[in-house]
Write a protein that binds this ligand. Structure first.
Ligand SMILES: [Zn+2]
Length: 323
């Protein structure tokens, strides 16, 4: 195993293996000072695309069935409304903007939308169907004017960066004074993450290079010259499902079988017809596990240990970073 080395968030040297991941050959190491987890070994840039096959996105970048696709639109509207409360109208950049729905909502609310997206197909949808400015470059190399943006959004994308500190430094460079970053990440210190360990649905090794908690995310943001103004632990989009799918995973079901059921056919990596007994048991357990998942989502949010963290941080004055 590659030696984990120093912690990217706090610079600490006490980083050691926490547990083996379900994906063979990978483990999660954790910093004993700030709690930041990282996938070991990390997959080099040249190989990572093999972990994003076409089925990861689905045909035409439509991943879920119709009902859940409609629900994701509602959730994106909610993301836009939260941003509006903090960010004055002006240019905004969504890093990993997918098909561009969040940017389209923001445009309707008076913002000037820009996006970067690694998937050509998703970017094409955002450009051609929604008329948005979306680059397919790596965000660290993107062609945006420095010091101009009102907000940079990393919605479940920062954990996919091999160098999240470089991504935040780049965001800071692009932001105008007083600009915001909005960061949503799975919370590796949540109740659900602690209870389920390697079975936790949101772990997603090796696509997630890093596994943040509140302390480590705050530490990284502050190190890169941001001041956190809002931290939210309740996310109806991600957290109940995190509980539900992790329960099934931990009970020994084929990993993420229910998730496959919610996807459309083009995004499925398994044949559902091969698992008739498991599907029947999944349906039988649902009336118990679904209410439990909803209740536990409320409990963990109350304890400030929700399955995901949404952090909103303002670009602090002075020189970038404290390292
Ligand atoms: Zn650390």
């Amino acid at each position: 195993m590659t030696k984990p080395g120093r912690c990217e968030a706090c610079g600490g040297e006490r980083v050691s293996k926490a547990f083996d991941a379900d994906e063979p050959g990978f483990c999660v190491a954790r910093c004993r000072d700030c709690g930041l987890g990282r996938t070991c070994p990390d997959v080099p840039d040249s190989d990572i695309l093999a972990y994003y096959p076409q089925t990861y996105y689905g045909r035409g970048n439509v991943r879920f069935n119709r009902l859940f696709e409609a629900m994701t639109r509602l959730f994106q509207r909610r993301r836009a409304r939260v941003l509006v409360r903090l960010v004055a109208p002006g240019p905004v950049l969504d890093v990993g903007c997918g098909r561009g729905f969040l940017l389209k909502y923001l445009q309707g609310l008076g913002y000037e939308p820009h996006g970067v997206e690694l998937s050509d197909l998703a970017a094409a949808h955002a450009r051609q169907r929604l008329g948005l400015d979306v680059q397919t470059d790596d965000f660290l190399q993107s062609r945006h004017e420095a010091g101009r943006l009102r907000a940079v959004v990393f919605w479940h994308t920062l954990e996919h960066f091999r160098r999240p500190q470089a991504a935040l430094a780049r965001a800071r460079e692009l932001l105008a004074p007083g600009g915001f970053v909005a960061v949503a990440v799975p919370n590796s210190e949540s109740l659900q993450a602690r209870l389920f360990g390697r079975h936790w649905f949101h772990l997603d090794v090796p696509r997630h290079y890093f596994h943040f908690g509140t302390r480590s995310l705050r530490s990284l943001l502050e190190a890169e010259g941001f001041r956190v103004v809002k931290l939210d632990h309740f996310c109806f989009e991600q957290n109940p499902y995190g509980w539900l799918q992790s329960f099934y995973n931990a009970l020994g079901f084929t990993p993420n079988l229910l998730y496959a059921l919610l996807k459309n056919e083009s995004a499925r990596t398994m044949r559902l017809r091969r698992h008739p007994v498991q599907l029947a048991l999944t349906a039988l357990l649902l009336p118990v596990l679904l209410p439990a998942s909803l209740a536990l989502t409320l409990l963990e949010a109350t304890l400030r240990a929700g399955g995901t963290i949404e952090a909103y941080a303002v670009k602090a004055g002075g020189a970038s970073g404290n390292r």
